[in-house]
Design a protein around this ligand. Structure first.
Ligand SMILES: Cc1cc2nc3c(=O)[nH]c(=O)nc-3n(C[C@H](O)[C@H](O)[C@H](O)COP(=O)(O)OP(=O)(O)OC[C@H]3O[C@@H](n4cnc5c(N)ncnc54)[C@H](O)[C@@H]3O)c2cc1C
Length: 446
């Protein structure tokens, strides 16, 4: 706990630290183009008539072989798709565009980005059935090789303090089948994973393993644990595994992973989400109601941060790095306030990351950026006060995909289907977006 002078300094710091309610117009830093696009897309995706129509149109485009309907070949379609959708959600087509986007996000005050390559290897079932064993093996190796290179190319576009997200099933059919059959990764896949994590560590980047549908998830957890066991050995989580709080078993899963980390002496990286597969996954394994999912999500955040996760307490708690991923303002505010109070009471906390998807929940992200800027402002503070204040700072990130317009359309369509229940979020921030646009263009009417 804090010694007396630190405690006094902390009280002063908390008193002078801006609470979220004092934050002024967090969207003031968003560009007008972003705000207008958020308004249009929010309206469209939350409309019961327009959303299915847009999804149908996206599916027609991505499934068509016609040059006319290919955004990569038809320059008019590309310009339209880029202006309306791609630029809102994605990082860029070329490495140069991505680097510029990443730099512009950091210049706004974000701690960094979480970047992923949009192309997921999908093998055509019909082709697959016609292949000989050798051709099949070569095709599997080719898929994993392509996946590895795409991830290594992605790592070249980010740096220290950033994250790269990987999805195991993105490595192709043989990998998906191994996960379903509860097998270990193939030798080639294991080497690919180790190469990715080694490269990430050498440049100070962390790896996020995305959570998938429940049929895959037990082995996704196991493979991710094996990576953490191997690579999270120096007191730092280089690899994070994703926990889906909408699963009734998720708290127990966190506990089991904490036990392993404690017994085997490695650091557990947890990226906490609510879960994206509500409509397609086994419903009985998911909390019956949204408030139950919310309570579970918030209690995992609370208990991990305050190191009180029975049977673990402060004296026995293993090394855990937490990343709070989501768009829910209440959960994020609860977490940032808790971090501030814990640091003020003398707890030595590791920095907590917060992530929202590019193009979504900008009002939540911008509020976090404002808090981070305020926390890093050391004007008038002693060295010790400035240090504590920096510890209180949230670490906001934007999560985005890069790749060709066609690949990103495939990616966005798959995510929109998986996240159908979360698309309402695009509408949620519209009150703030409208207020910000009014403030800019109708300053005398507010
Ligand atoms: C940066 C980032 C990374 C992500 N990575 C992953 C990932 O790897 N794997 C993954 O599965 N998802 C991932 N997601 C998506 C995430 O799981 C959620 O679908 C999405 O973020 C919406 O949840 P929320 O907490 O942001 O907001 P909220 O709007 O507060 O919550 C919506 C979510 O609540 C849950 N929910 C809604 N209704 C009910 C109900 N009746 N009963 C029970 N639960 C309900 C669902 O999970 C729904 O998606 C990620 C999200 C972000 C922002």
């Amino acid at each position: 706990m804090a010694d007396v002078p630190t405690a006094i300094a902390s009280e002063k710091l908390v008193a002078s630290f801006p609470g979220q309610v004092q934050m002024r117009a967090p969207l003031a830093q968003a560009s007008t183009t972003t705000l207008v696009r958020s308004l249009l897309l929010g309206k469209c995706f939350a409309s019961p008539t327009l959303f299915p129509m847009c999804m149908k149109l996206m599916k027609v485009i991505i499934n068509s072989n016609s040059a006319l309907l290919s955004p990569d070949r038809n320059i008019f379609l590309r310009a339209l798709v880029r202006g309306l959708i791609y630029n809102h959600f994605c990082a860029g087509v070329t490495p140069q565009e991505v680097k510029e986007k990443v730099a512009s996000i950091k210049a706004q005050g974000y701690a960094g980005v979480i970047l992923g390559f949009s192309r997921e290897i999908v093998v055509d079932d019909h082709e697959d059935g016609l292949m000989s064993e050798d051709t099949q093996r070569n095709s599997n190796d080719k898929c994993i090789g392509e996946w590895l290179h795409a991830n290594l190319d992605t790592l070249k576009l980010i740096g220290t303090g950033d994250y790269m997200n990987i999805k195991f099933t993105g490595a192709g059919q043989s990998t998906s089948e191994a996960l379903l059959a509860k097998k270990s990764p193939s030798r080639q896949m294991q080497e690919a994973l180790d190469t990715i994590v080694r490269q990430a560590r050498s440049q100070g980047t962390c790896i996020w393993v995305d959570a998938e549908q429940q049929a895959f998830q037990p082995m996704v957890d196991k493979w991710a644990i094996d990576l953490m066991r191997k690579h999270n050995r120096d007191g730092q989580a280089w690899v994070y595994n994703t926990i889906q709080a909408y699963l009734k078993a998720s708290r127990q899963v966190v506990l089991e992973h904490m036990r392993l980390a404690k017994d085997e002496g490695w650091t557990l990286g947890i990226k906490l989400v609510r879960g994206a597969y509500l409509t397609s996954d086994m419903r009985e394994r998911i909390w019956a109601t949204k408030p139950e999912t919310d309570e579970n999500y918030n209690s995992i955040v609370r208990d991990v941060l305050s190191k009180s996760f029975p049977p673990f307490d402060k004296t026995s708690f293993p090394g855990v790095n937490l990343f709070v991923a989501g768009h829910n303002k209440e959960s994020i505010r609860m977490a940032t306030k808790l971090v501030r109070d814990l640091v003020a009471s003398g707890e030595d906390l590791k920095p907590v990351g917060y992530g929202q998807l590019q193009g979504m929940a900008d009002e939540v992200s911008c509020e976090l950026v404002q808090l981070r800027k305020a926390a890093n402002d050391s004007t008038g503070l002693s060295e010790e006060e400035a240090r504590l204040r920096r510890q209180m700072a949230p670490q906001p990130y934007k999560c985005l995909a890069w790749g060709s317009v066609s690949d990103c359309m495939h990616f966005l369509t798959r995510r929109a289907v998986e996240n159908a229940t979360a698309m309402d979020r695009l509408q949620d921030g519209l009150v703030e977006v409208r207020a910000e646009l009014k403030r800019r263009f109708l300053p005398f009417r507010s």
